[in-house]
Write a protein that binds this ligand. Sequence first.
Ligand code: PLP
Length: 445
Amino acid sequence: MARLRKGKSKSENIIARDNAIMIKTTREPYNFVAESGTGEFVYDVDGRKFIDFSSFISVYNFGVNSSEAVRKAIAEQSSKLMHSAFTDFYAERPVHFAESLMKFMPAGFGRIFFSNSGTEANEAALKFSKLFTKRNYVLAFYGGFHGRTKGSLALTASKSVQRAYNGPFPDVIHVPFPYCYRCPLKQTYPDCGFACIDYIKKYPLSKEVDPNEVAALVTEPIQGEGGYIVPPKDYFKELKKVLDEHGILMVSDEVQAGYMRTGKFLAMDNFGVKADIYTMAKSIGAGLPLGVTIVDKRLGNIPEGAHANTFGGNLAVIAGAQAQLEHISRNKARIESEIRAKGRTAMKRMEKMKEDYEIVGDVRGMGMMLAIEIVKDKIGKEPAPKLRERIMMESFANGLIMLPTGESAIRIIPPLTISEHSLSKGFDILERAIAKINAESSRRR
Ligand SMILES: Cc1ncc(COP(=O)(O)O)c(C=O)c1O
C-alpha cells in the first residue's frame, strides 16, 4: 500500500502552492493529494494507493468516482445540454428524476426542490417551513451540523469556530441531543425516561418561546459532524409526539446519514418516524453537486417567486443522479442486505477493539455509518483528539484514508460497495495503528 518517498514529493509541492493561495478550510492533518480512484481505492499524485474509509466525505456511497453507468450518463447529457435554467424554463430530465425519487419517499410526499449542496437544501427547508407554518422560530440540536451559509449556519452548533463573527442568529433555539455516552443532562438511558425531551418541553418551549411560534425542528437522524451520535431507538418517536402536539414540523437532514448509508434509503426510517421535510445532498449527486429538499404534499406549496436558483436541476448532474438511483432501484434488496452484513462484520471488529484497547471508549453506528470514539481512558472518558490524530496519521502512512468527527471520534464510512476483503484489510491497518498508539499511551499513564 502507501509508501512515503524521500525528498520533495508532488504532494508536498501542491500543498505548499495550495497553502499560499487558498482560503483556509477544514483540511485534514495528513498530506493526501488526490489523483484518481475507483471502487474502494484511491491514488494520490505520488502514485500511493489507499483504501478509502471516507467515501470522500460521504459522497461516493457507490464507489469512488461512481460507476461506469453514471459517468456515461453524465457524458451523454453533457454533449447535448448541460444547463437548462430549470427554475425558469422546463426540462423533462429533472421532472423524471423527481418522480423516480418520490418512489423512495414515504407515502404522501410529492413536492421537491433542487439545489447544489447540503447547505442549500437546508436553507430551502428552513424557508419552506416558515412559509408553510407562518411561524418564525426553529429548534435545532447542539452538536448538529446543517451547513455553513447563514440560515443553515444558524442551525449548526457543532464547533463555535464555524459560527465565529456571523451571529447573532435570533430565530434558532438549540436543545440537547441524546448523546447517551456523554449525556448532557448527566442521566443514564433508559432510566432517564428521555429527560432531554422533558427539558425541551419545560424550558425552550415554555420559558423561551411559545410552541405556536415554532415552525420546525431540524435534526440529523444520526449526528454526522457531531461525532456519529445515534439516538436511542424510540427517541424520535417520543419527540415527534411533542412536535405534532404543537404543529411543529420535523425536518430530517439526511445529507450525511441518508441515501442507503445506514442500510435504509432514509436514515430516519430506522427510528420508525416520518418527518415532514427531508433534505439530501452529498451521495445523491453521485459525485456532482446536488441538493434536494422533499416535502410532504399536505403542506401545500410556496408562493411563486419565493424561492429559486440558477443551477438547481442541472441536466448533467441529474443524469448522473438518475443513473445511480436506477441502480439502487433495481438492486435495493441486495444492497440493503450487503450493508447489513458488512455493517455487522465491521461492528464486531469495533466491539473487539473496544474490549482490547483502553483508548477506545465507545463504538457506535448503524449500517455502514460507524465511528470509534478515542478517549484517554475508559473510566475518565476524557476526549483524546491528539491520540485520534496520531491514529489517523499512522493509518494514513499505512494506506488507509479516514476522517475525524466530533471532538475525538473517527468515522468509518467506506463506499457501501467495498469488498469484505478490503473492509477487513482496512480494519487491520486501523487496528495496528490503535494498538501502537494505545501501547504508547499506556506507557505514559
Ligand atoms: C448533515 C449535514 N447537513 C448539511 C451539510 C452541508 O452540506 P454541504 O457541505 O454540501 O453544504 C453536511 C456536510 O457535511 C452534513 O453532514
